[in-house]
Ligand binder design. Sequence first.
Ligand code: FES
Ligand code: FES
Length: 901
Amino acid sequence: MTHFHVNGRRYAVEPAAGQCLRTLLRDLDVFGVKKGCDAGDCGACTVHIDGKPFHSCLVPAFRGEGREITTIEGLATNGELHPMQKAFHDAQAFQCGYCTAGMIMTAVTLTDAQKTDLPHALKGNLCRCTGYRSINDALLGTCNIEPDEAGKALGASLPNPFTDAIVTGKARYTMDLAIEGLLHLKVLRSPHAHARIVAIDRSAALAVPGVVAVYTWEDVPKRLFSSALHEDHLVDPDDVMLLDNVARFAGQRVAAVVAETEAAAEAGCRALHLEYEILPTVFDPVLAVQPGAPLLHDKDLVTASNNIFCTLQGEIGDVARGFKEADVLHEQTYSTTRVQHVHLETHGSIAWKGEDDRWHIRTSSQAPFAARQKLAYIMGIPPRDLHVFTERVGGGFGGKQELVSEDLVLFATMKLGRPVKWEWSREEEFIGATTRHQMTTRVKIGARKDGTLTALDVQVFSNTGAYGGHGGETLAAAMASPIAAYRCANKKGIGHAVYTNMTPGGGFRGYGASQTTFAVECAIDELARLLDIDPFEMRRKNVVRPGDNIESIWKEPNDASFGSYGIGECLDIVERELQKSNGVTRPEGAEWAEGQGVALAMLECGPPTEHRSGAEMRLLPDGTYHLACGSTEMGNGIITAHRQIAASMLGTRVDDIDIINADTDRTPYDTGTFASTGVVVGGKAVHLAAQAMSDDIIDFASRTTGVAIDQCRLDNDGVICGNQRISLRELHAEGAKVDHRFSVSRRAYLSPRTIAFNVQGVRLAVHRVTGEIRVLHSVHAADIGRPINPMQCRGQLDGAVAMGYGWALVENMVHDDQGRMVNPQLRNCRIPTFADTPHTDIFFADTIDLIGPLGAKSQGECGINPVAPAVSNALANATGVRFAHLPFTPDRLFAKLAAAK
Ligand code: FES
Ligand code: FES
C-alpha cells in the first residue's frame, strides 16, 4: 500500500506492478495530469512532488510514498487562480490546451533567472499548437485579451470560453472519463511491411489474467472501407478492413486484445502468436509503378499501372511552345518528407451502450458525423443507432480526419456489451497513424528575360503508403493552388498517387499543397536568380491577379474566387519588414553565411468536393442564447470564432452565448472540421443562424409591442422598440405564452470558395562547416480577410509557421530498409521545442473578404506552406547551393555544402 497526499487529500492505494505515478493519479480521477508520450519527452504529465516538478510518467507510483503531490487541480487556492494560471489565462497561452497543465506546473517552479532563459527552462515541455509565442507571453506577463463588450465582438481578442477549465485542469479531454466496468483495448501491430497471416494461436493471449477477448481478421465484418473521412466517401478508395489477414505496412494493426486493464491487454498482445508468410515489399513509389513490382492491392483498386490508384493530369495552353519562348529554363527535382502530426493528445475513443439502447462513442475526431456514417456502414447498423461526439480534442492538424480508433472500440463493445476504451501510445502514433504524404516533384519552368513566365510543367509522385485514404484528394490539392498561384499561359502537370509498403499518408495541415508549394516556390526563386531579378519582384510580376482565371492545369470551371485579394500587400509587408531588419546579426566568424528568402502560398478555403455545416440557435428563458454547431474544436479556436460571429450579429456579449459543438445527437450536421472550413462553412452557418435569430426576435418584439419593425433593434440583452425597451428575458416569457420558441437553424454550403494568401520571409545564418542554421528574422504576412479574433488568428499562424520550421529543419521520420520506423519516440523523432522555434512577426493584410462570413476567411492551414521554401530560398541566397530535399538537418547540410565546396 502506498500512502500519499494529492492536492492536500490523503490516499492509500496499491499501485499495480510497474505502474507509474501518472497512470495512478489518473486512476484516482485526477485528469489534469495528461499523457503525451509515456516516456518523459513531452511534459504533459508534469506534477509537483514535494514542491519539485517531475514528469510523472517517469516516476514509479510506489515512490509517491509519503509525498505531497500537487497537480494542476491543486494550484489554485480558495478559488483564486495561481498567478501563473492567471498569466496563462491572460496571455491565452494555449490553443488545444492539452499541454497547458504540464506547462503551468513547470512554469510555476521557474526562478527569475530561469525565466530569462525559457528555451532552456521549458525544454521538457512540448507544445504542438502555439509555436510557444503565447507561452512566452504568459511568462512575460503579457495580457493578450480584451474585454467582452456587447456589440463589439467582431475583431476583438476575446478569450477561449474554456480558458478557466484549461488553466485549472478541469477541462475534460477524450480520455478524461471514469466509467464503470470499462474494458481496455490494445492492438498487436505487424512487424512486417508486407505479410499474410497464415496461422493464429490465441491460447496464450486468452490465458493472460484479465484478457476478455482476442479478435483477428477472422472475427470482424468483411467490409472494405477507407479510414479517411470526407463528405463523399467515394473520393477515397475502399481498401481497409477492420482487421485484415494481410499487413501492408510495418505497424498495421493485425489483432485486438480486450482486457480488464490496459496492462493485461498489452500482455495479451505480447502473448498472441501469429504466423506470417512474408510477401515482397516496395517502398519507393517510382519503383512501385515498374512492371513486376509487388502489388499491394487487388487490380480493381489501381488504375493504369502497378500500384497507381490515382493519376491526375492536364494541360492548358501549349507547354512545349512555352518552353521554346523562354529565355531561361530551370528544371529540378524537389522532395518533401513524411512527418507526423504529433497532436499531443493521441488518438483514442471510448464506446458504450447507453440506456437508450444505442451505441455512444466519445472520440478525438475532427469529423464525428462522417465517422458515424462510416461506422454504421462497417457494422451494418443504421446511423441513428450511433451517437458520436467529442469532448475537448487535444489537437488534430488533419490527423483526426481519420477513422482509426472508433471502429475497433465499437466492434468490441458491441461484441462484449461492456464499455471499451482504446488510447493510442505515442509510438503507435508514429508507426500506425497516417503521416503527411511524401512527395517527389519535378518542376520545369521557363521565363522571358523580363521575368514573365512562359511555361510551367509539374510532375508529382505521391507516396500514399499502404492505403489510399486522402491520396487522391491530397494529390488534387498538390496539383491545384501552388500551380494556380502563378499566371502563366502554358501549364502542364501529371501526378500519381502510388501505393507502397510505407505507413499510409493522410490529411495534414496544408494537405498536399504544402509539398508542391515547396517545389514551385523554390523553382520561382531559381528563375529569379538566373534572371537576376529580385525574388519579390519576380513574384509580383507573375502572381495571379483579380480578373485572372484561377487556373492550375485544367480548363474545367473552378468555383474558387478572390473574396479578397491581399497577396500584394503581404509581399509588401514582408519585404518592408525584412528591409527594416530586426537588428539580429549573424554569429561572429567567417564560416557563417547569411541569406534571405521569401515564398508565397495560396490556398483555396475548403475542398473542391462538397462540404456542409449547420447551426442552431435558441433564445433561453434567462435571455441568453444557446448555439449548437457541428464543427470540432481541437485548438483551432472555432468555438471562440463562432461565438464571436453570433455575438456580432446579435449585438451582445459572447458570454451570453453558450455553445456546444461536434455531437451527432445535439448539434446539426457538419461534414467535419478540416480543409480550412471551420470559418467559411461552419462560421457561415452560424452567421446565417444568428441573422435568423435576430430577425425572429425583432419581428416578435415588433408584434408584441406594436412598434413598427423598422423601429426595433437589438440592444445587448434586450430589444429597443421605439421609445421602450423590452428585455430578452421578458420577450422569451411573452413568447412562451403563445408557444413562440425563438429557435432557428440554418445551413451553409461551401461554394464559391474564397482564397487565402500567405507570404513568409526568412533571414538566416548558416554555418558552412557544421550545417547549423540560425533563423535571424522571421516574418509572416497573411491575407485572411477580417480577423475575427486577431489574437487567436495570430496564434494559429504562429503554430502553423512553427510547424513549417519543424518540417523544414527538425522533424525526420527514419525508416530502415524493411519499412520499419527506427525512431518512433519524441526524443528521437523530434518536433520543435521552445528552443527550436524562432520568433515570427505576424502581420495581416488589411482586407475584407466578400465570400466568408463577416469578411473573414480561413487561415489554420495555409501558414505552413511558404515556410520550408522560404528557408530553402534563404539557404540558396546564403550559400549559392540549392537545398531541394527536406529536411535541412545539419548533417544533410554539411554533406551538401562539403560536396559543393
Ligand atoms: S506523458 Fe510524461 S513526459 Fe510525456
Ligand atoms: S496548446 Fe500546446 S499542445 Fe495544444
